[in-house]
Design a protein around this ligand. Sequence first.
Ligand code: EPU
Length: 421
Amino acid sequence: MPEVREAILVRPSGPLTGTVPISGAKNSVLKVMAATLLAPGTYTIRNVPRIEDVAIMAELLEAMGVTVAHVGDVLTVDVGESVIPEAPYELVEKMRASVVVLGPLLARFGEARVALPGGDDFGSRPIDIHLRALADLGAHIETKRGFVIARAEQLLGARIILDFPSVTATENVLMAASLAKGTTVIDNAAREPEVADLAAFLNRMGAHILGAGTSTITVEGVNELGAVDHTIIPDRVEAATFLAAVGVAGGEITLAGARPDHMDMLCLKLGEMGMRISPTNDGLWAMVNRRLSSVDVSTLPYPGIATDYKPLLVALLSVADGVGIVTENLFSGRFRYVDELVRMGADIRTEGHHAVVRGVAQLSGAPVKAPDIRAGAALVIASLRAEGETLVTNIHHIDRGYENFVGKLQAIGADVQRVQI
Ligand code: EPU
């Protein structure tokens, strides 16, 4: 029987109105799940989105002998005394974030084998910063037959200076250093809210971490950690996606549960473009009643404009009034979706890590392919201002990071539906 595939069919929409509930942050829950490997017991993790990446991380934990159950938005993780300290290639290949099991496995079991991730649609994505930092903690690291094999009888606290404030490298070190002997100081640490959420989870488990959310983090190693209950922070990239939707289609929406304090720079940028945004008791309100104006955008580590927001901003700029220059400073290959937008009539020229986006009044519907999670969502959002019908295929990418994306868009009046192809 031929495999049934799904796509998202979009027709011109707007103005959008209503409330969108924002789910838990993908890039927080995946690390919190990995951190459960640090201690045996039963963990309760709340506000967990029903997305494919959570299912893949659950599969990875299960392959190690851990039991995972996802009921509603609550994830129960049962970690035993013994765990198989290995992340196989089939799973690492599906999701690069699997590399965050390296730190906890090494710290608790003295050994970790993690398949080396390959390249992906963002271009080359090495893990040298992770490995150097773990070596600084005393780990012996070798790569053999496509695996990183890390060993250390006892990790020792150290001063670590990261070459770049890598999110997952900072997280690997936080988890490893929590069970190391002595004090670790991480300089040039990533400051993303998801890193701070992981540190809050680890502290609840009994770790001693100070300064998470700033670029210097101090971890005093402890002998033992324990299972706990934790609620995941809201997903700022999902919130940004719906802000982009109202930016493209116009209207007035409320994002229930969003944290405006995690999105300051983005809100400033969108305000500059002409979007009205204000915090509410429990989230964020946004209104757009005219065509937005173009601005220049440059991605940076937090608190700068996140690289994950960029495809959404490019979608917005492609229908804004004027010309915007977009500069990508994190991932060299992260402009591949631009070709798809151009197929929809966008006027975008890329040169190295810059894109010049000249806004057009309207795009035109075409069949397009989602190249990754965020760019996939951005194509759906851009289609809200495309004349005719747009069919976005390869939507398994979108399902990796967005819970009920189509349902949430429909609830604010967008003309989108999942169809079989
Ligand atoms: N880098 C290295 N060596 C390393 C690690 C990173 O050179 O060992 C470079 C990367 O190549 C890149 C830069 O450092 O140029 C930043 O990468 P970082 O390590 O911070 O990214 P990451 O931790 O792999 C996380 C998110 C991404 C998000 C980036 C940047 C998770 C699971 N992923 O990736 O999110 O784009 O930080 O903020 O947390 C997504 O959610 O769709 C996504 C891709």
